[in-house]
Write a protein that binds this ligand. Structure first.
Ligand SMILES: [Zn+2]
Ligand SMILES: [Zn+2]
Length: 294
């Protein structure tokens, strides 16, 4: 019996950076969530945040912001150029968000507006911005004032997402590590299964939106494939479930997009909080990170 595969075997591309902004797509996913739950207090606010992210992304695009990349992981160099881009992005993001909040129902958002105004002032200070930047890339999120965390993380997402659209990775590149993003060394939000990827499972970066390949049915934390099991909550009618590892007591959300056109890992994660709560109650931990929910 021959062990050589014949025909139809495609080369696996291990790293798939995004090609353009994903924010218009995320807004569609939020709109769909709002249609299903018109009284949600959270979704309209998140839509303002994502709109502001899109404005900041387009500003970087028109300025043709540039970055320094390296051949090996992590591909991004977290240097002065990246810091400057983060500062500029945070300024643009705050301005765009303020404009969205001020146009209507600003009384509902007075506390938020106060926080955004305070952040606008804070990020003019280069040293303070550098501190925030380092807090984020080292995931020392507790060090960032709670009321400013979402806005700073949203700005960092735009910076790294835009950087990733400028990155070219050799299709033959083999990954050195699988647990963190090969571009920015941030954790994944979830794993995803997309029609375009021929049944291959990828992890999805919580910041730069790059996908990197991981073998199916293995735990990304302890690489065990012994007792990985899937937890779904049928009642939620969601394409998102959780892959749970009984070896190291961790889980990671898993998004199957092969049957759903509009499903965003960040938004589906928020819509499946009951899975998160259920697993947390059973003492399972996750290394997944959702910057919209911090
Ligand atoms: Zn990344
Ligand atoms: Zn494990």
């Amino acid at each position: 019996m021959s062990m050589i595969p014949t025909g139809g075997i495609k080369e696996i591309i291990r790293v798939l950076p995004p090609k353009d902004s994903y924010y218009p797509f995320r807004l569609q996913a939020l709109q769909k969530a709002l249609d299903n739950d018109p009284n949600s207090p959270v979704i309209p606010f998140l839509m303002k945040v994502v709109h502001a992210q899109e404005s900041a992304f387009q500003a970087l695009k028109s300025e043709k912001a540039t970055f320094n990349f390296q051949e090996k992981e992590p591909f991004f160099v977290m240097d002065e150029a990246m810091l400057q881009c983060f500062q500029q992005t945070a300024i643009t993001f705050c301005e765009a968000l303020k404009a969205r909040i001020e146009t209507k129902n600003s009384s509902d958002y007075s506390e938020i507006l106060k926080a955004v105004n305070a952040l606008s002032t804070a990020i003019i200070d280069k040293e303070k911005t550098k501190q925030y930047f380092e807090n984020i890339i080292t995931l020392d999120l507790e060090a960032i004032p709670a009321h400013q965390r979402l806005f700073l993380l949203a700005s960092m997402q735009v910076t790294l997402h835009f950087a990733a659209t400028n990155l070219k990775v050799d299709e033959q590149y083999l990954l050195e590590a699988h647990d963190l993003c090969p571009c920015c060394k941030m954790p994944a939000i979830s794993s995803v299964l997309d029609n375009s990827d021929g049944g291959l499972r990828y992890l999805y970066c919580s910041f730069c939106e790059t996908k990197w390949h991981v073998v199916r049915s293995t735990c990304t934390e302890c690489t065990s494939n012994k007792s990985l099991f899937q937890t779904t909550m049928e009642a939620l009618d969601s394409p998102m479930s959780a892959e749970v590892c009984g070896e190291c007591n961790t889980y990671l959300k898993f998004l199957d997009r092969t049957k759903t056109l509009i499903a965003d890992p960040f938004i589906e994660d928020l819509l499946t909080l009951t899975i998160t709560i259920k697993l947390t109650d059973k003492d399972f931990h996750t290394f997944g990170l959702n910057p919209y929910f911090v």
